[in-house]
Design a protein around this ligand. Structure first.
Ligand code: 13P
Ligand code: SF4
Length: 301
């Protein structure tokens, strides 16, 4: 089947099923072409919360679909490729959190949205890359157990020295964001290209960057008319190309998230046809996770 036919079928079934398609910025351009909402983790969560359609199809990875279910429990949540996961999220377990709480009884627990619903259920607050500083700053506790991304933990520590940030585990990281080369960035800078890095990048990369931003914020910054090297997953280059067709973006062709690339038009079509990939969560876990996600969404600007 041609791409054009697949797109037509997806759009027809989407309307028949009254489904809303939410796609992360890293998804393939053809998935963006059929999506109703495209954004970063926070933008997708907010759109899921206010959705009125009975079916929400999340083109992204599992934690994004779980978050949609947590925020809008009455809906059918479909993840077209059920094993599209996030290796960063896999670094953290509820058991690790429980043990850390025993070691640091006065600490608050903040988990990155890239975590399982079970981890969110035992946390005090969730955050995304876009609101991590705001969420951690808002908590009264000085000690913050933060997981699973140790790079994001060090990013928070650099802006909030008044807090004691305890990374959990100490080596949690995203393999995509860990791979950028300082030499490439220095070379780009010599050529007058500005750098935007995702907060998941290691400190040495963040230190060279001109800006540090979530993928949603990258889309805003990029409009400001420069040539940019983007330190995040390569799909962001396609997204920025869609938003700012007259600008030039560079990136690392090896920065590919294999899980984000699992969702194809064919997978999406099958999921809309047969309702496969439904995400169901234990109601108790959903209720407990909702508390920590709501904390994030309720923190004033
Ligand atoms: P954003 O929320 O910035 O889109 O990040 C999600 C993610 O998985 C980054 O790798
Ligand atoms: Fe997870 Fe990294 Fe992929 Fe984002 S890019 S979904 S953090 S593995």
């Amino acid at each position: 089947m041609t791409k054009r036919n697949l797109i037509a079928d997806v759009l027809r079934l989407k309307s028949e099923r009254k489904a809303l398609i939410l796609a992360h910025n890293y998804q393939l351009p053809e998935i963006h072409a059929v999506a109703d909402v495209i954004g970063d983790s926070l933008e997708l969560a907010l759109a899921a919360r206010k959705a009125t359609e009975p079916v929400l199809v999340v083109c992204g990875v599992r934690f994004m679909a779980e978050t949609a279910g947590i925020l809008n429990p009455g809906k059918t949540i479909l993840l077209p490729v059920p094993d599209a996961g996030c290796p960063l999220a896999d670094f953290l377990t509820p058991d690790l959190i429980t043990r850390a709480k025993e070691e640091y009884p006065d600490a608050a627990v903040v988990v990155y949205i890239n975590s399982t619903a079970s981890c969110k259920a035992v946390a005090d607050a969730v955050c995304t890359s876009g609101n991590a500083l705001k969420v951690v700053r808002s908590l009264p506790q000085k000690q913050i157990i933060f997981g699973p991304d140790a790079n994001l933990a060090s990013y928070i520590r650099s802006f909030l020295p008044e807090k004691e940030i305890i990374p959990l585990p100490a080596n949690g990281h995203c393999y995509v964001h860990a791979g950028f080369s300082e030499d490439d960035l220095s070379e780009m800078k010599k050529q007058g290209v500005s750098i935007i890095a995702h907060p998941e990048c290691p400190e040495k990369i963040r230190n060279i960057a001109d800006q540090i931003a979530s993928t949603g914020k990258m889309a805003e910054i990029a409009r400001k008319g420069k040539r940019w090297y983007i330190c995040t997953e390569i799909g962001m280059l396609d997204r920025l190309g869609e938003l700012c067709p007259d600008q030039i973006f560079f990136g690392d062709e090896f920065a590919v998230c294999a899980d984000m690339k699992k969702t194809t038009l064919q997978e999406l079509l099958s999921c809309l046809k047969d309702g496969s990939g439904e995400i169901t969560l234990d109601p108790e876990i959903m209720k407990a996770a909702r508390r920590s996600v709501d904390y994030m969404l309720d923190v004033p600007p």
